[in-house]
Design a protein around this ligand. Sequence first.
Ligand code: DX5
Ligand code: ZN
Length: 210
Amino acid sequence: MVAPSILSADFANLQTELGAIAEAGADWVHVDVMDGHFVPNLTIGVPVVASIKKVTKLPLDVHLMIENPEKYIEQFIKAGSDYLTIHVEATNDPLRVLKRIRELGAKAGISLRPGTPLSAITPFLSELDLVLVMTVEPGFGGQNFMKDQVSKISELKRLREEKKMNYLIEVDGGVNESTIGECHDADVLVAGNYVFKNDYTKAIRKLKES
Ligand code: DX5
Ligand code: ZN
């Protein structure tokens, strides 16, 4: 599946952009929420997620790059998040937050910064619907893919088979036609710049065919 990141879309025309990516074959909409603390950038919040929900049928894949996500998960789920992903580094009790996300009716995801080892999330794998592997430092679109993160993707796939678990593996950051070859063990590909700075249909098709 391909989840275009609207961080690279035209924010003045989000409804048109959402229609265009749906038409172009997108499976999910990836929504990057940044708080200026967990990452050095500010993006969008709950009201924008609620507005997006009204104008697209695609599932909303909301990536929270915010400190203390437990304060906001209920609002983001009420606003229409289908998948809600928190960062393992952003909270003292990730397991409690993940369980709460599921109780509130959304799918629970966890993500980790490139510098965080996979062992930081392995205790939670059975409680997860999604693992989001960052292949750039979170904060900005348009950065270069970090190849040294690819082993996390294959290890997550191996663990899923070994332990008969069900989470989806998603890769986020610098995914494009030259790096897609590294991502074959992932189920969901996030792409911001590659989709929105090219012909949407061609870019999404290229990622899927590769
Ligand atoms: C970065 C975000 C990404 C970003 C990806 O912190 O999590 O989702 O939008 O953008 P590209 O595909 O341009 O690297
Ligand atoms: Zn993201």
